[in-house]
Design a protein around this ligand. Structure first.
Ligand SMILES: Cc1ncc(COP(=O)(O)O)c(C=O)c1O
Length: 292
């Protein structure tokens, strides 16, 4: 069991793995990334993650042609070298090296990095008891730019939002946009349930199109529940019967409090539990389809 790192196709001892300080990923956070986890050793929704990575790079103007095809075998090699039962998989693509200065378009060669670590299981209490959200007014790194919604590596706004949320006793920060609209967690998407109807903020507000968000929406639709994508505001959150957050590492986590207010009866709700189960079924079906 262990860690493994693959840089531009070459396995490197994890304790020695490094990128040059002149790499723009280090200098400016000028890079995009993905995180997924394995189930039975198989990375979940790898095709969807690699497609999103290519789209993120395109939005950032990082050359992305053939990226997914290059990364697939590198991820397989890194997973093989780590030999974990289950792994955390992080893939990073930086714009590479240029002379110092912000300007781009000087023939950069993107750098590919794959990091595999043993997966840390989430505490059962997250799912059994639910968590608290704390809303945080925050502009995220790409808000208002043409690249909004790309999974760029500059997570400083998310890091600061999470720290602010944790200081108020929250488990996850829920960012709120300039118009007071709910956006997304520091590393998750959010869903609300009211009167049996499920809603989540629309992609147009600039949030990341979470892979878990998408699979939950597909699973809900299969079960006859349409998830509405619409603008939501803090009163919708406080007045919800149920709420939950989604992410690749945590799947579906019930939310039972927000900014100190109790949501529903303060316990993980029935619709949330049903959607979590529907997600798990669809996840397993997708894994089986990906195995071919
Ligand atoms: C800002 C942000 N939103 C949403 C998500 C959830 O995305 P996914 O379900 O693809 O993991 C993440 C995951 O890290 C994230 O960082």
């Amino acid at each position: 069991m262990g860690a493994s790192v693959c840089i531009d196709g070459a396995l490197v001892a994890p304790e020695l793995a490094s990128v040059p300080v002149m790499d723009r990923g280090f200098l400016y956070g000028d890079s995009a990334f993905e995180v997924t986890r394995t189930y039975g050793g198989q990375p979940f929704a790898l095709g969807a993650h690699l497609d999103r990575l290519e789209r993120s790079c395109e939005r950032l103007g990082i050359p992305a042609t053939g990226l997914g095809a290059a990364l697939r075998p590198e991820i397989a090699v890194a997973l093989g070298a780590a030999a974990n039962e289950e792994s955390y998989v992080r893939v990073i693509v930086t714009r590479g090296i240029t002379d110092i200065g912000l300007g781009v378009g000087r023939g950069e060669t993107p750098r590919r990095v794959v990091v595999v670590l043993p997966l840390t299981e989430q505490p059962a209490a997250l799912y059994e008891d639910g968590v608290e959200l704390a809303t945080v007014m925050s502009a995220r790194a790409l808000d208002g730019t043409g690249a909004a919604g790309a999974k760029a590596s500059n997570y400083l706004p998310n890091i600061l939002a999470l720290a602010a949320a944790r200081a108020r006793g929250g488990y996850e920060a829920l960012s709120v946009g300039p118009g007071g609209e709910l956006l997304e967690g520091a590393t998750s998407n959010v869903f609300l349930v009211r009167g049996g109807r499920v809603a989540t903020p629309p992609l147009g507000v600039g949030i990341l199109e979470g892979i878990t968000r998408r699979v939950v929406m597909e699973a809900a639709r299969e079960g006859g529940v349409e998830v509405e994508e619409r603008l939501l505001f803090p009163p919708d959150l406080y007045g919800a019967d149920e709420a939950f957050i989604t992410s690749s590492l945590r799947e579906v986590v019930p939310v039972v409090r927000a900014d100190g207010a109790v949501i529903g009866d303060g316990r993980p709700g029935l619709v949330t539990r049903r959607l979590a189960a529907a997600f798990a079924r669809r996840r397993d079906a997708l894994l089986a389809a990906e195995r071919g």
